[in-house]
Design a protein. Sequence first.
Length: 198
Amino acid sequence: MKEIGFAAYLTKPVRSAQLFLCLALDMGADRMASTGEGAPLITRHLIEEQKKRNVHILVAEDNVTNQKVVTKMLEKLGYRADIVENGKEALNALDGATYDIVFMDVQMPEMDGFEATALVREREKQEGRGHVPIVAMTAHAMKGDRERCIRAGMDDYISKPIQPRDIAEAIRRTLLMTTLKGELRKLQGLLSSSGIEA
């Protein structure tokens, strides 16, 4: 396709977000070509890879082996993550950057995941911050542990030992819920600006 002059191709049906990212990537590719670098052919696969690169993930985990395992799993899925060792470091990281997902171990030294999550939710309310999705990571897989994590303010739960499909599914669910909530807010804004109560 590239040999005959195409910069990109998408398969139907094309979603507006896909088209927008395709155009943005193409404009970046034009800049690459003007500097002599080879520009890649833009496909839906390249767009998916780019979307994954744009997902900012924080992992709060005190065990070095678990840090490495989760990091490798995320890399194989196409994501990158910042790693911190406890709840206090997670709070500091959240003060300094915006994250799309936080994977939070529930048992850590200095400040555990439950306390850190409670403080995150408190700060969100007090400072008017947007809701950051927090996924609990725990070795506890007993009945009621998931409910305890949700009651503590976490959005989802995965049990250790963490499997690649579990982490991939947690990311998919979290990003889907974030997208749906964003679309719902847009719809509510449109309805209220039209004088219709939701």
